[in-house]
Design a protein around this ligand. Structure first.
Ligand code: GRF
Length: 224
């Protein structure tokens, strides 16, 4: 598959501003589809207006989360995605779904993880008296909002902030870091260590300068 363009499926639940940032970023990949778990959301209309294939897998139509996840997996798999990007996708995904796409499933979360997993992150950051706040792109694992961190951005929290003003300041950063994370992924620059940390290779994976253990030189010097 050398030279084949990679394909991305984006999953949304609402207004789709992160999705739009990804579409605008002109990523070197094909956006194969945008899937929403809610019908009639703004993000679907935005995607359709750009000629992107859209689908709805309405969670309310399924009797169980397992059945919903299976339908979602089938819909995503139809596009054989190299990467599945959760962009404001507001359903918790089951372990089977996550395992199926593990390593090629990314999410953006509006806090500096591991602080404030879950909902209402901006309100909770204000209530905690945080002086900085931000957003995180991470690989998704079966532990909610807890996967390996790819990139984060921080913003100041101002005395005058409300939940809305703080959310807006963070959102500007979300729209910058998500395309960056996806670019790194597409270029094969992301590597997750055994202890769950993401390393970003300065060069392509094949470059050995970054993976050579520091001891190598010492050993060869000693032997020479
Ligand atoms: C973003 O703040 C994202 O971090 C969170 O949900 C929000 C979605 O916004 N997961 P949008 O739909 O991308 O505009």
């Amino acid at each position: 598959m050398v030279g084949a363009m990679q394909s991305i499926v984006i999953m949304i639940s609402g207004r789709g501003s992160n999705m739009e940032a990804l579409l605008t970023a002109k990523l070197p990949a094909r956006i194969a589809a945008v899937i929403s778990n809610r019908p009639d959301v703004k993000g679907l209309a935005l995607a359709a207006a750009r000629g992107i294939s859209t689908a709805v897998v309405d969670h309310t139509a399924y009797a169980s989360r397992i059945a919903f996840d299976a339908a979602l997996m089938d819909e995503a798999d139809r596009h054989a995605p190299d990467l599945v990007v959760l962009a404001g996708f507001m359903r918790v995904l089951g372990d089977d779904f996550v395992r199926h796409f593990e390593g090629r499933l990314m999410n953006i979360h509006p806090s500096l993880l591991p602080l404030f997993p879950g909902l209402h992150t901006h309100r909770r950051a204000l209530e905690a008296g945080m002086k900085i706040h931000g957003c995180t792109v991470h690989f998704v694992t079966t532990r909610l909002d807890n996967g390996p961190i790819v990139i984060q951005a921080a913003v100041p929290v101002l005395d005058s902030d409300t939940e809305e003003t703080l959310a807006a300041r963070v959102l500007v950063q979300e729209h910058k870091i998500y395309p960056q994370a996806v670019r790194w992924f597409l270029a094969g620059k992301l590597y997750v260590t055994a202890d769950g940390r993401v390393r970003i290779h300065a060069e392509e994976r094949a470059t050995d300068a970054l993976v050579a253990p520091p001891a190598t030189n010492a050993v060869s010097r000693a032997g020479s």
